[in-house]
Write a protein that binds this ligand. Sequence first.
Ligand code: NAI
Ligand code: MG
Length: 331
Amino acid sequence: MYNITLIPGDGIGPEVTEALLHVLEIMDIELDYTLAYAGDACYNKTGTTIPDETLSKAKKADATLFGSVTTVPGHKSAIISLRNELDLYANLRPVKSYQGINCLFDDLDFVIVRENTEGLYSGIEGYTKDGATALRVITRSASERICKFAFKHAEKTGRNKVTAVHKANVLKKTDGIFRESFYKIADEFPNIGTDENYVDAAAMFLITKPQDFEVIVTTNLFGDILSDEGAGLVGGLGMVPSANIGDNNALFEPVHGSAPDIAGLGISNPSAMILSAVMMLDYLGEHYEAKKLENALLDVICEGKVLTPDLGGSSKTMEMAQKISDKLRIS
Ligand code: NAI
Ligand code: MG
């Protein structure tokens, strides 16, 4: 039995969460859910986007599932608070082409490892006489820890190369430290190759030769931008999951946001949320169940009969969930 904290959030967050729960229900795994609140609706009800109670429920859980939230301007970001409070320093974002999805490339399988606690997301901003500034915080300790995570992940998943993405030619001090940390840690992994790209070139290589990437390690904002670009390579935001991992806690969420343009229509693609749960099951050591869930989803996608509109179909979120559930029942 695993204790899972569930934060459905806003917009399509609750829809994709409902679809996931429907699918998990028939699996041979006991999950005990604790519901928690965050985001815009939570703010309207309680005056805060991220109540202490939610943070403590996430800290106590074996893992947390997070749908998506709508940002409340001028208030704390729920997801950034969770990442910081739980010290979820590694944001793992796989980019994988699946058969049956209209991908720009059909042979991609790389992962972006994004530093999740500092960089331009430090939250240190201030107004100046004529505008404002944001502080880009890069420390040796956080850089070494994320690079170590990336190399270990390469080792664990049989990948041969880690590429550091930075802009050390312009951000000489901050990304200078990130780059130095990368090569310092690389020395501990003599069997894994290294490469480096400036972020602007990396953005182009992701389009021209993405097959060359195996593991990308980068700072917070660059990782955020490149992972949405990665999503664009493999069928869009409805397809890409993520894991936020620390030494004591982990949180799993789709890369997408609350998608207000389609919220309430019941047509959001549940795949990113379901694939996030696949990552969670792997994290919990339930590799067999993880594979079973991923395969059921992939079968439905491959058949191409019950797909949401973003995948070229005309089905509803819950119809797709039902089809995946049917596959699991007969598997
Ligand atoms: P978004 O990811 O919500 O949507 C971008 C586009 O992708 C939209 O056209 C949307 O319809 C589509 N899309 C996203 N997920 C989809 C799915 N599962 N199925 C089908 N189509 C999907 O990004 P956007 O519009 O920039 O942000 C909306 C809100 O979400 C904002 O308040 C933003 O701050 C917040 N946000 C929250 C995140 C989180 O909770 N971790 C992450 C990103 C944005
Ligand atoms: Mg993003």
